[in-house]
Structures are given as C-alpha cells and as structure tokens.
Design a protein around this ligand. Structure first.
Ligand code: V47
Ligand code: SF4
Length: 359
C-alpha cells in the first residue's frame, strides 16, 4: 500500500524528494488548502516574500509555420489568411520603438519557418543588440532551434554557439508540451522527441546559456503524464542545472483543432502549480504566466507556489489571445504588478533575465 497523505506532507516539510507514486497520491488526493500550504512553505524557503517580474516585450516575427500542432491557434501556412511575416526592417522598427521603454528583455518566438534560416536569425539578433546593447535576447523554442540548426547542417552545439556569439543569452521554455510519446505523437507529431528537447536544453546549459521549461497541460494528458514530464525535467536539471524557471502553460481552447476538449478548471491550475513547486526541488522559480492564466488566476497562483509572474509584456504577444486568453492587448504596469503582489502579501521585485535583482 502507498503512503498516506499526512506522511507525504511530513516528507515534503522535511525537504525530502517526492517520487512518482507519492506525487500521484498528493496530486490527486490532498485537499487544495494543503497543497497551497505546502507549496507556499517551499516557495518561502526558496524566495521568501519576493515575487519576480521583469520589463519585457515579445517579438513574434512570423506565425508562418511548417508544423501543425493540434493545440495551436497561432500558426498559419504561408499565404493563408491571417498569416504574417514581418521583414527584418519591420522587426527592427518594432525594437526601435521600444528603445526608451526601459525593457531589459526581448522574448522572440515565431514558428518553424520554411525559409528564414539560422543565419537570418543570427543577423536579426546581432542587429537588435546593436540597437539596444543592454537588452537581453531570450529567443526561440528548442523546436525552432533544432530545425534551423539542422537545416544549416550543424550540430546542436555548433548552432547554439553561433546564436550565442550573435547575442542570444537565454532560451525560452516552449516546445516541451508533454514529453510522454503516447501524447506527444498525438498533439505535436512533428516536434521531435522529449530526448531531443532535453538534449538541446542540456547542451545550452553546458555552454552557459540558461533556459526555461514549460509543460502544456489540461488537454488529453493524465496527471501521470504531467508527473512524468516534471520528473524528466528534474532529472535533466540534476545533470545540467541551467533551468531558471518552470512554466506550466494551461491549454487554451479557442480556434484550434482540439477546441472541443474545452479548458481545465482553475482548481486544476492551482494544483498543477503547487505540485510543480513541490516536485521541482532543484528549479529555482515557478512562473505563473499571467498572459495565459489571466490576471486573477495569476494572483491566486502566488498562494500556490509561484514566485514569478513574467513581465510587463506591453501588448506584444498574440499567441494566447488567439487561443482564447481574455486579454487581447496584454499589458501590466509596474504599479499593477506591485498591487497584485501586495494583495497576496508578497513583494514585487524586478529582475533581469538571469534573475539578478534590479534596483
Ligand atoms: O510551446 C501554444 C504553448 C508555447 C497554446 O520561457 C499554447 O519565459 C496554451 O514557450 N494554449 C510557446 N498554450 C510559449 C512559451 C513561453 C511563454 C511564456 C514564457 C516563456 C518563458 C515561454 O505556447 C508552446 C505551447 O506549449 N501554446 N498553443 C494554446 N492553445
Ligand atoms: Fe508551429 Fe509552434 Fe504552433 Fe506547433 S506550436 S504549429 S511548432 S507555431
């Protein structure tokens, strides 16, 4: 017989590592208040009363993508209505417009593009850095990176080296979805395996490029698949140690091929955040990405282990509003972020991409 909830809670409080079996018991049977309490205890040990945010904006140079993930509301085929494909000059003009904004990070993500290659993107990064040298470039999911590097005929390490030399300092967490092959092959069959995603992040960590990790949940996966996903990340982190933050991404159901599934509940979101905090004892930060959850759930997330809410965004991303997120022009002022954290009894702290505190 498996352990009882009280025994597992005592292990968590003592700082012991959870295995998959205990995680499943806690995840499916513990009352919500207990998960909140345990995750908050753990969060306070890691980051005290701080909640991190940054001044950031996104660049989405294109939504043209060769792949067809069934959860994606964002991608279009080239030339299809709703497709966009900004020129290099247009992308640079978007950066120029934010030169005086105080932003410290740009998050660049697009699609698996048929013609824009590795050299096009190294040029883009180089020119962005020329324009705003202090701006940290966090760019491209592991899936986009693998594709462009492979097409250039390079090894992952060689490709990452070129991008790093151009000014890429960090890699966002996208493309992870759900690692288990029986789910991955159904929702994103072209994306490559878990092992490939993890190997790219591991290679980045070894080169001093820090990264994030995500998990797309709330669709056809089970709690066991989520636990498996998180434990694979924990094992990778034990080995290479470069993940800054874990970001559970709630599946948003508007305008995509899986829309009929609908969306999971806020209670499920909170349980997922709390269990992520408890299982990932070696990843410093858990991010409640407010653009996708909405501001109210993001505030609740702060009582379930999250210690990061991403950033100001400044109306620069469409991925989530296209999938049904409420905020169609997502922006948070610093004042609003401070108020949200204070309402949760916590303190907003500005950070850079590498989690150095600013100010
Ligand atoms: O991998 C796509 C997700 C991800 C939907 O590193 C969807 O700081 C929900 O990686 N419903 C890309 N999610 C975004 C991403 C990200 C976002 C914010 C912060 C960071 C970071 C990284 O978006 C994809 C996929 O999992 N996604 N469609 C959808 N319908
Ligand atoms: Fe393309 Fe990314 Fe959408 Fe998949 S999730 S279809 S790779 S843009």
């Amino acid at each position: 017989m498996g352990r009882m909830i009280e025994d597992i809670a005592a292990m968590v409080r003592a700082g012991e590592r959870l295995n998959a079996e205990d995680a499943l018991t806690l995840w499916t049977e513990a009352p919500l208040w207990l998960l909140g309490e345990l995750a908050t205890e753990r969060k306070r040990r890691v980051s005290g009363d701080k909640v991190f945010y940054n001044r950031n904006f996104h660049l989405e140079p294109t939504n043209v993508c060769l792949f067809e993930c069934s959860f994606c509301s964002y991608r279009r085929a080239a030339g299809e209505p709703g497709a966009w494909d900004y020129s290099m000059e247009e992308v640079l003009a978007m950066v120029e417009a934010r030169r005086e904004s105080g932003a410290t990070e740009v998050h660049i993500v697009g699609g698996v593009h048929p013609t824009h290659d590795l050299y096009y993107y190294t040029e883009m990064i180089r020119r962005i850095k020329q324009m705003m040298p202090s701006l940290c470039v966090k760019a491209f999911t592991a899936v986009e990176l693998r594709y462009m590097i492979h097409r250039a005929g390079l090894t992952v390490e060689e490709g990452l080296r070129l991008l790093k030399e151009a000014g890429m300092e960090s890699i966002p967490g996208g493309g992870a979805e759900i690692f288990a092959p029986e789910i991955r092959t159904k929702i994103c069959p072209q994306k490559g395996t878990a092992e490939e995603w993890l190997a790219l992040h591991g290679a980045a960590h070894r080169m001093g490029i820090d990264t994030n990790a995500t998990m797309l949940y709330g669709h056809i996966e089970s709690v066991e698949h989520r636990i498996d996903h998180i434990l694979r990340l924990r094992a990778q982190q034990d080995e290479t140690g470069g993940f800054n933050a874990f970001i559970p991404l709630k599946y948003r159901a508007a305008h995509n091929a899986m829309s009929s599934i609908g969306e999971t509940s806020v209670v499920d979101d909170l349980r997922t955040l709390a269990m992520s905090r408890l299982l990932l004892d070696n990843v410093p930060h858990i991010k409640a990405y407010w653009v996708m959850y909405g501001k109210q759930t993001a505030e609740l997330a702060l009582a379930f282990g999250a210690d990061d809410i991403d950033g100001t965004i400044d109306d620069s991303t469409k991925i989530y509003s296209m999938a049904g997120a409420e905020d169609t022009r997502p922006t948070m002022s610093i004042e609003e972020i401070r108020r949200m954290c204070a309402a949760a009894g916590l303190r907003a702290v500005e950070r850079d991409t590498h989690y150095n505190e600013i100010g």
